[in-house]
Design a protein around this ligand. Structure first.
Ligand code: GAR
Length: 204
C-alpha cells in the first residue's frame, strides 16, 4: 500500500436506493470528526440506481457530488455494471459503502473496490430483499443488522459486525425496521471509522 493511501481521510463512495438515513449518519459523523483522526473518512460521492432518492438529496444538501446509473437506461446488465464501475472509479474511492443499495454489484466493481454492505437481519439468517419481513414471519424474538464485505453471493460475505434488536409484541415490518435502523446507523459509523483506522490490514 502506498503512503498516499495510508494518509488522510479514507475516501468513501456511498451507493443508495432509498431514503438514505444511514448515509446521513455517515455524513453527520464525518463533519464532527477531527481531521487528524486516523479513523477519519470522507464521503467523496454518492451514487444511486434511480433518480430522486432521499439519499441523493442528502448528498446534494452537503455539496457532495452525485451520480445516477439506472438499470433501465442500459441494454444489458453487463453494460449497467460497467457504467456503475466507471462512475464509482471516477471518484477514486478506497472503500465503497452500500447503504440501502438494492442491486447486486457486478464482479468487476468488487475486484476494483473493496465494498461493504449492511443488511437488516442477523446474517446468515434472512438474507435477500426482505430481511425484516422474513424474520418477523419466522417469529424470531431477536433480530438485528449485519455489516459485511460484499462478495459475489447474496448477503454471503465475511461479517464485520452485527447488532441485536429485540422483536416486540405488535411489531410490524415498519416499526421493527425503524428500530433496527437506529442500531444500524451507529454500526455503520463505527464500522467505517474502524476500517479507516485499520486500513493497512485490508487496503492493498
Ligand atoms: C437499511 O435498513 C439497509 O440495511 C437496507 O435498506 C435500509 C436503507 O435505509 N438494505 C437492504 O435491505 C439491502 N439488502 P436508509 O435508506 O434509510 O439508509
Amino acid at each position: 500500500m502506498s503512503t498516499a493511501l495510508a494518509a488522510g481521510p479514507l475516501r468513501v463512495v456511498v451507493l443508495v436506493s432509498g431514503s438514505g438515513t444511514n448515509l446521513q449518519a455517515l455524513l453527520d459523523a464525518q463533519s464532527n470528526a477531527d481531521p487528524a483522526d486516523p479513523s477519519g473518512y470522507a464521503v467523496v460521492a454518492v451514487g444511486a440506481d434511480r433518480p430522486g432518492t432521499g439519499g441523493e438529496e442528502r448528498a446534494i444538501a452537503r455539496g457532495i457530488p452525485t451520480f445516477t446509473v439506472r438499470l433501465g437506461d442500459f441494454p444489458s446488465r453487463e453494460e449497467w455494471d460497467r457504467a456503475l464501475l466507471e462512475n464509482v472509479s471516477a471518484h477514486t474511492p478506497h472503500l465503497v459503502v452500500l447503504a440501502g443499495f438494492m442491486k447486486l454489484i457486478g464482479p468487476d466493481l468488487l475486484r476494483a473496490h473493496p465494498t461493504v454492505n449492511s443488511h437488516p437481519a442477523l446474517l446468515p439468517s434472512f438474507p435477500g430483499a426482505h430481511g425484516v419481513r422474513d424474520a418477523l414471519a419466522h417469529g424470531v424474538k431477536v433480530t438485528g443488522c449485519t455489516i459485511f464485505w460484499v462478495d459475489e453471493g447474496v448477503d454471503t460475505g465475511a461479517i464485520i459486525d452485527q447488532r441485536a434488536v429485540r422483536v416486540e409484541d405488535g411489531d410490524t415490518e415498519e416499526t421493527l425496521h425503524e428500530r433496527i435502523k437506529v442500531e444500524e446507523r451507529v454500526m455503520f459509523v463505527e464500522t467505517v471509522r474502524g476500517l479507516a483506522a485499520d486500513r493497512t490490514s485490508w487496503l492493498t
